[in-house]
Design a protein around this ligand. Sequence first.
Ligand SMILES: Nc1nc2c(c(=O)[nH]1)N[C@H]1C(S)=C(S)[C@@H](COP(=O)(O)O)O[C@H]1N2
Ligand SMILES: [Mo]
Length: 252
Amino acid sequence: MKTNYLITRREALITGLASVGGLLLSGCNKKLPPTYGNILRMGDTFTYAAHQVLLPGESLVKEYTHGDISSFPATGTTNPGDPNTQFFSEQYRQLQKGSFADWRLSVEGLVSRPGTYSLNDLKRFPARTQITRHVCEEGWTAIAEWTGVPLSRVLEAVGILPTARFVQFYSYDQWADGIDMFDAMHPQTLLTYGMNGRDLAVPHGAPLRLRVERQLGYKSMKYVNRIVVKNEFDDGGMQGNIQNGWAWYVGI
Ligand SMILES: Nc1nc2c(c(=O)[nH]1)N[C@H]1C(S)=C(S)[C@@H](COP(=O)(O)O)O[C@H]1N2
Ligand SMILES: [Mo]
């Protein structure tokens, strides 16, 4: 029967994928991505496994100099406070009117000290500044200088529990996305409030934008307002990447 044939074929492909993953990972005990085994998400497994094998633990992406900074288009949502946009947020509009003085980031989930942070609270952490290349899935790249607090500092401050495996992010324009602990603790993964020496502007995600430098641009979520530490994979449902046809792991 046709359906049987399809199921068999699918199983065969999944099995095939398993052995490719095994091959890539043999000789080291690194993990596979949580999307592993989903035939439509094969790319995740290849890039994830390749990264784990090829890049030593905390290897940094290339950082550039001031002379390399380029023009930087704003794409996707460029102002959640605009009533004419698809993902208008009245709350964001109010916060923007008050220059984000009342803005708070909520950090919760598998942490011993959940809490909220103002922009000034985040600025009191030791900052990191880096000039990196943003690579958009649509084919353009741009270089900018980012300033912010390493996500690892905030996670240390709230005390992530040993069972924590993923960090989920939520935004005012209703995005939901996550990264694993490896990317979360990476020294270049930042919660940024500054761009090219100025306060992060609204089109680029004010007041707080994630930078995940080892992955494509869409993992660097703008307008972040909530962070949840989890012990299981969460694809973000209809607000996440997978159900919108985008890969969860997009290493570059
Ligand atoms: N919240 C949110 N984050 C987002 C987006 C978005 O539309 N909303 N677009 C993503 C994509 S596809 C890219 S390329 C970059 C664009 O960032 P920029 O507008 O600063 O160029 O943000 C990413 N993060
Ligand atoms: Mo993008």
